[in-house]
Design a protein around this ligand. Structure first.
Ligand code: PRP
Length: 187
């Protein structure tokens, strides 16, 4: 199905499944005695695959909402020029909120989003990320639930893309420049 792919599988489908199950169990334990449904907030687009698996494993009453931001990468690299292009549909005032990300890299995206969400006075605000690239951090962040620590390799699959491709891979793998060329993607 994916000739010449992957370069190197970093996390297999089975490893991801087990880790997501553990994270869901930790979230369940932390929120099971809290009032009201947990407000799960996902940042488009990369988190949607992880989100779909996590919310089905968590076993709690939840609501799901989405935010989309224009990335600082598109304008001024390594600046904090993040802008909301799609806001939440519902209020999170006095709600328990869990922000779900696929990967935290510099932390600039999420630090902006957390500042923004805190101004809406949620009851509790927690962060869950499948992948954490701690070595690239510019803006320090509290992470409550983390799937895997990763290095600076370029990763695709399970929601992560290269030029919008490869989000549908069941596993997470590295993509080198050579791999991108072989896969027929030109940047
Ligand atoms: C990724 C990821 C985070 C952000 C993290 O999104 O989903 O939102 O980068 O990077 P940071 O910590 O350096 O701010 P991306 O901009 O690749 O867009 P996508 O989710 O649409 O793939």
């Amino acid at each position: 199905m994916y000739p010449d792919f992957p370069e190197r599988v970093l996390f297999s489908e089975e490893e991801i499944t087990l880790r997501v199950r553990d994270m869901a169990a930790a979230i369940h334990a932390d929120f099971r005695n809290e009032p009201g449904p947990l407000a799960v907030v996902s940042i488009l687009k990369g988190g949607f695959v992880f989100l779909a698996d996590l919310i089905r494993a968590v076993g709690l009453d939840i609501t799901v909402d989405f935010m989309a931001i224009s990335s600082y990468r598109e304008s001024r690299p390594r600046s904090s020029g993040v802008r909301i292009v799609k806001d939440l549909s519902e209020s999170i005032f006095d709600r328990n909120v869990l922000v779900v990300e696929d990967i935290i890299d510099t932390g600039l995206t999420l630090s902006y989003i957390l500042r923004n969400l805190k101004e809406r006075s949620p009851r509790r605000l927690k962060v869950c990320t499948l992948l954490n690239r701690a070595g690239s951090r510019i803006a320090p962040l509290p992470i409550d639930y983390c799937g895997f620590e990763v290095g600076d390799e370029f990763l695709v699959g399970y929601g992560l893309d290269y030029l919008q491709k490869w989000r549908n891979l069941r596993f997470i793998c590295t993509l080198t420049e050579r791999g991108g060329e072989r896969a027929g993607i030109s940047g």
